[in-house]
Design a protein around this ligand. Structure first.
Ligand code: 37N
Length: 130
């Protein structure tokens, strides 16, 4: 059990670093905070499961990720929300869709390059058992 807690602690340290790198990239500024419903009043009528990088950092701290796959599922949620809410051919919508796709590629590549694959396997085994 102690080794499992140690493994999950290491995962949280790693995921905080990934979250910080993504949030510090100016390209992804609009994904760093929840979409402001004052600014975008119809957002909650269209997007039922909002997600953003600040919320993800809080989820790390609340032990709500037990493997990198769960973390990447929330990245994918940010991406899908942006694609759904911004479908138009306008340059503004195209730009946010492009940035959402870049966020996905950055996050998956960062994790693939910086994470030991058998470390992720160990985390997924722990997660499945719980
Ligand atoms: C994200 C998102 N999904 O749909 C839309 C639309 C956006 C989105 C929302 C905002 N305005 S905001 O007040 O909700 C906000 C500001 C700063 C960080 C996070 C959110 C700005 C932009 C933008 O492109 O600048 C985009």
């Amino acid at each position: 059990f102690e080794t499992e807690e140690h493994t999950l602690r290491e995962l949280r340290i790693f995921l905080r670093e990934i979250c910080k790198k993504l949030a510090n990239n100016r390209l992804f500024y609009m994904f760093t905070k929840p979409v402001d419903t004052e600014e975008v009043p119809d957002y909650p009528t269209i997007i039922k499961q909002p997600m953003d990088l600040e919320t993800m950092m809080t989820k790390v701290d609340f032990h709500q990720y037990e493997c990198a796959k769960d973390f990447l599922n929330d990245i994918e949620l940010i991406v899908q929300n942006a694609l759904e809410y911004n479908p138009a051919k306008t340059s503004a919508d195209k730009q946010i869709r492009h940035r959402a796709c870049s966020l996905r590629d950055y996050a998956f590549t960062l994790i693939k390059n910086e994470m030991d694959s058998d470390f992720e396997d160990k985390c997924q085994d722990i997660s499945k058992k719980r």
